[in-house]
Design a binder for this molecule. Structure first.
Ligand code: HEC
Length: 211
């Protein structure tokens, strides 16, 4: 590089400044702007914070990769017929007030789960479905999660939760017991219920004073 090269002819500087401008723009649009827009979002009155047990179940949902097949973001009728599929109204920002990180998901190999607690409130169904999805939905491609359960020959002890499988899948002389992780996961699934109304505050029209 000769001494006469002007500032804008120095490739390295142009590269660095260009990269900084692009990075700054992207940070503004993807980080700063959403933060400013969502800063004041309050949890809706109908939304309860997760209990400790539900948060443990939420960690299990993440660890077991449920988010890779299930979304948690019912869409507006203009984008997808989610409401007619029974998945609930389009979600709003406040629905995720207690979700850090959110589990919106990007794939829908299985149904959306943001309202599964309202759609399927049976603890027995969820436990059995996690142990063996095909016992409830023939041909289901959802994996089973046998390590969340203990299969024992004989009887259950007091205080243990026995999974009630459909008769065709129950084996005589053996019991399936839900481990604490399965119970926490199902507790979390049952908490997924955003069926309360999501009314946004409407702008109040102030009549102009007549002169
Ligand atoms: C490989 C993809 C896949 C993974 C991973 C997966 N699922 Fe599923 N899931 C499905 C499919 C497909 C269905 C629909 C068939 C059925 O009911 O089994 C489904 C159905 C469900 C349903 C019933 C939904 C309804 O509307 O009836 C629940 C609840 C559920 N999954 C929970 C989970 C949980 C919890 C996990 C993680 C432990 C998980 N799934 C992991 C694919 C998956």
């Amino acid at each position: 590089m000769s001494d006469k090269t002007s500032f804008w002819e120095m490739d390295e500087l142009r590269l660095i400044i260009g990269a900084m401008v692009i990075l700054g723009g992207a940070t503004g649009v993807l980080v700063v702007l959403p933060y400013v827009l969502l800063e004041d979002v309050k949890p809706p009155a109908g939304l309860k914070p997760y209990t400790t047990q539900q948060l443990v179940g939420r960690q299990s949902y993440i660890a077991n990769g449920c988010v890779y097949c299930h979304s948690q973001q019912p869409r507006d009728i203009a984008q997808a017929p989610d409401a007619t599929r029974g998945w609930g109204r389009a979600s709003v920002a406040g629905d995720y007030a207690y979700d850090t990180p959110h589990l919106l998901g990007t794939m829908r190999t299985g149904p959306d789960l943001l309202n599964i607690g309202a759609r399927q409130p049976s603890k027995d169904w969820h436990l059995g479905h996690l142990f063996q999805p095909r016992a409830y939905t023939p041909g289901s491609i959802m994996p089973s999660y046998p390590y969340l359960f203990e299969v024992r020959q004989g009887e259950a002890k007091a205080g243990e939760t026995v999974v009630k499988l459909p008769p065709a899948f129950a084996q005589s002389g053996q019991v399936v017991l839900a481990k604490p992780e399965a119970l926490a996961l199902v507790d979390y699934l049952l908490s997924l219920d955003r069926t309360y109304p999501a009314l946004l505050p409407l702008p109040v029209a102030v009549p102009k004073e007549q002169p």
